[in-house]
Design a protein around this ligand. Sequence first.
Ligand code: PGA
Length: 257
Amino acid sequence: MAKKLIIAKWKMNPVDKDTAKKISISTQRNACNLKNIEAIVCPPFVYLGVLSAGDKRNFSFGAQDIFWDEKKTSYTGEISATMLKKLGAKYVIIGHSERREYLGEDNLMINKKIKYALLSGLKVIFCVGEKERDDDGQYLNFIKMEIMEGLRSIPNKFSKNIIVAYEPIWAIGKSGKNADSPEKVFEVSIYIKKILVDIFGRQKGEKIPIIYGGSVDSKNTAGFLSEGGVSGLLVGHKSLDQESFKEIMEVANNINK
Ligand code: PGA
């Protein structure tokens, strides 16, 4: 069975390098014996160097964004895939709802970033999800559009480096009470899988891991991974709490046994 992907997304935290080091060391230490999971830590850019040190058993790291070009180097303030790769990063998160909302990222820009990251050899964690869940099912069309436009003209051979993170925006917050239900996540993930099969063909599309994010904590982890049927979790706030994240990783590791 494939390892469950347990992704820590630190958002714009913590405020200092020592804390980043502490959380990273503890996550690495906790992950090293959990061979049924891959822990992936995605910190702010300034802490990527901290993560490149230390034990890499069942552990990788990645970035929370990337620029979409490096034909030129005159992009003030931006970070290229080559820089990330040279630091040892394996993954990049693209299309997170907070970047869509606060930084104006649209499907077109996200598509450019995905193409460029894949061409550069990074694995892409592509985030999609609706703002609201309406009774008529319009939210499903919204998700479909995000996927179709985000993955437009991506050659089939790159499908193995894509992970789709389903994150209903209304479920993103601080605590388990906002989270979606495993049953609903199961339903939506089947829907997403069907879209991926339409894009990449059955063989390749079915293999793309679909993960869930939005108020994941140690109590709801088992539900999402078993009844929800997802291949992993994208964890925000609770990934900064060493004890909580340790429990999330342990629960995920036991589910896969
Ligand atoms: P949360 O964040 O786990 O704090 O809800 C998830 C996310 O931002 O992707």
